[in-house]
Write a new protein. Structure first.
Length: 744
């Protein structure tokens, strides 16, 4: 027992290291906006809490930000003031930054010339060539003075929250071109230090839709997050505001803005990244916050959700603001009526704990309000219905795309084309890829939903999906071959499948046909085609083929090695796939031949699976993406349902628990380390299903929290079909595991 325990303990470590390596493309920098006049103690404190980035905001003292500094008197004042701030940067800030290992964002926090006025907050310099020229020259002089400090200066932050309400500006003085000119001014004297640019509309993410990438390759793109403004800034500008908590609810108690909504807020940034995916674009969340008198711990939850989203996207970030205005301070609490409040110092607020944990990339364990089961279910169902809109009515396959545009490749012949690595789109046109895996997973989830709801809509959807899954083994004309999907002619497909596709094809249809949800006609179709699949495997998976089932039309071994079903080239997580197919054929037909083949392989399959305990953990880690964990327990479910042999049952449950424990370790690492993801097709859904399918795995609070996070990670209407299927299946398997049996 000691040896096994030691092996399993070692086994967990590489998965966490693997995940950390996958998420650690570059050191993540996290921190705050500094006070207007920072002192060394600020740096010492931030260093002690784990901060690695600070935004040095150079603000005017004794002059309103909107003051007119366009005339000569104020320009002289500006130059004098800026010189003092830059002296402080050179003589103090950079010295402290190096001492405490904190990188510095250099930020002129107000526009030269100010903003036009209360009714129009546009920068004056956008419409004044002289002001704009002075601004560009100023950044050129700063770059000249501080070149050689690129080791500690994170970047030159040109514009804080630019606004340009009129399209017509002075020549080359609009928000984009003026920043371009600043980049050029810096690059004339400094090729190394990064520059930081901002979108219009106050630097908020909605302005990113108006942004095009700059030619310079060392640009950091900044965004500020203060949505919804009526929550983050309540009672700042007027006492007439309405008190508002986060997540925001309407008058009927329905949630109208939460973490999923925040993810939608940054969608323009995601679009920008996608549109510029060939460039090495870096995003920096320069400001985010919520006023500290927001009801309850709303501000803490908002800050936590923002940090979590920045982390999952790999963005650097700075919180607004540290030891500046007490209303933003995580070291103060507000006492009294909003708008009339006073502030008291408090070092250990929940907001500070969330922020300081965030500096280290860790989540702070706090009991935030749970998301209602009603809302979780609605989100799953909306995501699935959006996926169903992509179902091809001719094949029945849920494609996740506009299948009418998936034209067969020019080299297709006899309903087939070959897969090769350089083929555009990988497997070929959209909709050809992982249809059995996705639809089989969804079908299993719909069976669970039917078990608990007896919903006519669920039954209708399940019948449609089952039809599509069956057709994946029929319409191409190659008996026993489970294809990856169809082109728009509803018959052409890629000649290469995989053991993963077969695993989910069999599992989904087995669950469907074993339930009272299936019609007699569909059960008969399943019986016919599961036999054809079993015959295909019996014929192809033999020593002469090295146990590889080959291509749709040929015994030629697949060049990627994803069609091995038995023998020395399979790994422990793949060993139960072949006996699963044979026992499924037996359970459907009662034909003893398939039972005999199952008996031929099952004991060796169990021993091979349990070898996972003795293999080199570092070697195994790279072989087990999240979908492989899920497929282990997927392959064992039909086997466990059939088995009566107690020794085998114990080994099956032990095997399922081992892989569930690996999934659990990855899940916990993601709950602890903000933004940590693991490799998979729908990594969080796969980790959930691996655990929920294991009879020996208890459904605890961690699984429930992770399920909530997984469901709410994306707005349902924008989920891809793979995610919609896995989230649907995860939710309903969770409900199966946690719903008490109905009383007779």
């Amino acid at each position: 027992m000691k040896k096994v325990f030691f092996s399993m303990a070692l086994l967990m470590l590489p998965f966490l290291c693997l995940a950390a390596n996958m998420n650690k493309k570059a050191p993540r920098l996290r921190g705050v906006m500094l006070p207007k006049v920072p002192v060394e103690e600020d740096f010492r404190h931030l260093n002690s809490k784990g901060a690695s980035l600070a935004r040095y905001q150079m603000c005017q003292e004794g002059q309103a930000p909107n003051a007119d500094v366009s005339n000569s008197e104020h320009i002289a004042y500006f130059d004098t003031w800026l010189a003092m701030r830059l002296d402080h940067l050179e003589k103090n800030i950079l010295l402290w930054a190096r001492k405490y290992k904190i990188q510095i964002v250099v930020d002129i926090h107000f526009p030269l010339g100010g903003r036009i006025g209360k009714s129009d907050q546009s920068f004056k310099m956008f419409y004044d060539e002289e002001l704009a020229g002075r601004f560009v020259n100023t950044w050129g002089k700063i770059a000249e003075r501080f070149k050689g400090n690129d080791d500690i200066i994170y970047g030159y932050d040109f514009m804080n929250e630019p606004v340009q309400n009129k399209k017509e500006t002075a020549k080359d003085c609009d928000w984009w071109n003026l920043q371009r000119r600043c980049i050029e001014a810096v690059r004339r004297v400094d090729k190394k230090t990064s520059v930081i640019v901002a979108p219009p509309d106050w630097g908020l993410s909605r302005g990113v839709d108006k942004m095009k990438a700059f030619p310079d390759t060392n640009v950091v793109y900044q965004v500020h997050v203060y949505d919804p403004h009526y929550f983050t800034h309540q009672f700042i500008f007027t006492k007439k505001d309405k008190s508002c908590e986060y997540p925001v609810k309407d008058d009927k108690g329905n949630v109208i803005f939460d973490k999923a909504s925040l993810r939608e807020v940054i969608r323009p940034v995601k679009r920008f990244l996608w549109n510029n995916r060939t460039k090495n674009i870096k995003i920096y969340a320069g400001e985010f916050s919520a006023i500290n008198w927001a009801p309850g711990e709303s501000a803490a939850r908002y800050i936590a959700d923002c940090i979590s989203i920045f982390e999952e996207n790999g963005w650097d970030w700075t919180y607004h603001a540290f030891r500046e205005y007490p209303g933003w301070s995580v070291e103060h609490i507000a006492v009294g009526k909003p708008g009339e409040q006073k502030f008291e110092k408090k070092a250990d607020t929940l907001r500070s704990k969330v922020l300081y944990s965030g500096f280290k990339g860790l989540s702070y364990p706090v009991d935030f309000p749970r998301i209602s089961d009603k809302r979780l279910r609605e989100s799953c169902e909306r995501g699935w219905q959006a996926a169903m809109k992509t179902r091809n009515p001719h094949t029945g396959v849920v494609t996740g795309c506009d299948w009418t545009k998936s034209k067969p490749p020019a080299d297709a012949k006899n309903n087939l084309y070959d897969m090769y690595d350089s083929r555009p789109g990988g497997w070929g046109p959209g909709g050809v890829g992982d249809a059995p895996l996705i639809c089989g997973t969804a079908l299993s989830g719909l069976v669970d939903a039917w078990t608990l709801t007896r919903s006519a809509k669920v039954k209708e959807d399940a019948a449609k999906v089952a039809e599509g899954v069956l057709n994946l083994a029929v319409l191409h004309g190659y008996k026993g071959f489970v294809c990856r999907g169809f082109c728009s002619d509803n018959k052409t497909t890629v000649s290469l499948s995989s053991r993963d596709q077969y695993t989910h094809w069999v599992h989904g249809l087995w669950r469907y046909a074993s339930s009272d949800i299936a019609s007699p006609a569909i059960k008969e179709r399943y019986k016919k085609h599961i036999v054809e699949v079993a015959e295909f495997m019996e014929d192809r998976v033999v020593p002469e083929s090295e146990w590889n089932f080959g291509l749709a039309h040929s015994r030629e071994k697949d060049y990627r090695g994803i069609c091995y079903m038995w023998g020395p080239k399979i790994w422990p997580h793949e060993a139960a796939r072949l006996p699963m197919i044979y026992i499924a054929a037996y359970m459907a037909t009662g034909n003893e031949h398939w039972k005999e083949l199952y008996e031929k392989y099952i004991d060796e399959a169990l021993e091979k699976t349990l070898e996972i305990k003795t293999l080199d953990p570092n070697k195994v880690a790279w072989r087990l993406p999240c979908y492989s964990l899920f497929q282990v327990n997927t392959s064992f479910e039909p086997i466990l349902a059939y088995e009566k042999n107690q020794s085998r049952i114990e080994k099956i449950k032990e095997s399922m628990k081992i892989f569930a424990d690996i999934a659990n370790a990855r899940m916990k690492s993601s709950l602890k380390h903000l933004g940590m993801k693991h490799y998979g097709m729908c990594w969080d859904g796969e980790l959930l299903l691996t655990q929920l399918m294991s009879p020996e795995t208890l459904v605890d609070e961690n699984i429930e929290k992770f399920l909530e996070e997984a469901i709410m990670r994306e707005r349902p209407e924008v989920m891809d079909v793979c995610r919609a299927a896995h989230i649907l299946a995860s939710y309903w398997r969770y409900k199966i595991r946690t719903t008490p049996p109905a009383k007779n």
